[in-house]
Design a protein around this ligand. Structure first.
Ligand code: SME
Length: 190
């Protein structure tokens, strides 16, 4: 059971216990959010990937590290801003999204890109801007990727947990966005 418990919690704490029928009950509400130590370690890995890789490979590595490294990050995607449209680029999660192209200003993604600032939605069911991708999503964070003062893309993360994102996630993901910004500029502007 402990092995399954560890697999579920992946470095964070998720309380597991043996249920009455011998099965495993996971108290999902106790899954802890991103911690400082974890954020530091993940940022170091992303820094190393951003230095070693470039372009699409770097972006793929980042979504993989974020999705596998933080249990509450259920689906992680990078959108690139091309003209006035956000185009889905690298992503990692259990299923693809239908929202592969989002006009600037539409949805939480379009809003964050237009405003050039991070948006945290702690309960997506209460935000009229929200464009649904997955039935399981409960909260979302969108972090613009800014290169030389212009938004060139964004990191979009859906969580199956309500209220999954804190100021630490915001600071951490803004640092991640800064590290990969040069890998997100359109080829003609690079
Ligand atoms: N929920 C986003 C759309 C993108 S999916 O989450 C992958 C939005 O409201 O803009």
């Amino acid at each position: 059971m402990q092995a399954q418990c560890n697999a579920l919690s992946r470095g964070s704490r998720s309380d597991c216990r043996l249920g009455r029928n011998g099965g495993i009950d996971t108290l999902k509400s106790t899954v802890t959010r991103l911690g400082r130590e974890s954020a530091k370690e993940l940022l170091a890995r992303i820094d190393s990937s951003a230095k070693r890789l470039s372009g699409r490979e770097a972006r793929e590595a980042v979504v993989e590290i974020l999705n596998s490294g933080v249990p509450t990050y259920s689906w992680v995607g990078i959108y690139l801003l091309r003209g006035s449209t956000l185009q889905l680029d690298a992503w990692k999660g259990p299923a693809p999204t239908e929202h592969v192209s989002i006009p600037l200003g539409r949805g939480v993604c379009g809003f964050a890109a237009k405003a050039g600032r991070t948006e945290i939605v702690s309960d997506v069911s209460k935000d009229p801007r929200y464009l649904q991708c997955f039935l399981s999503t409960k909260s979302e964070i969108v972090v613009p990727i800014i290169h030389e003062g212009s938004v060139v893309g964004e990191i979009d993360i859906d969580s199956d947990q309500l209220d999954a994102f804190t100021t630490l996630d915001k600071e951490f993901l803004e640092a991640v966005a800064a590290k990969i910004a040069r890998h997100c500029v359109p080829p003609s502007a690079a």
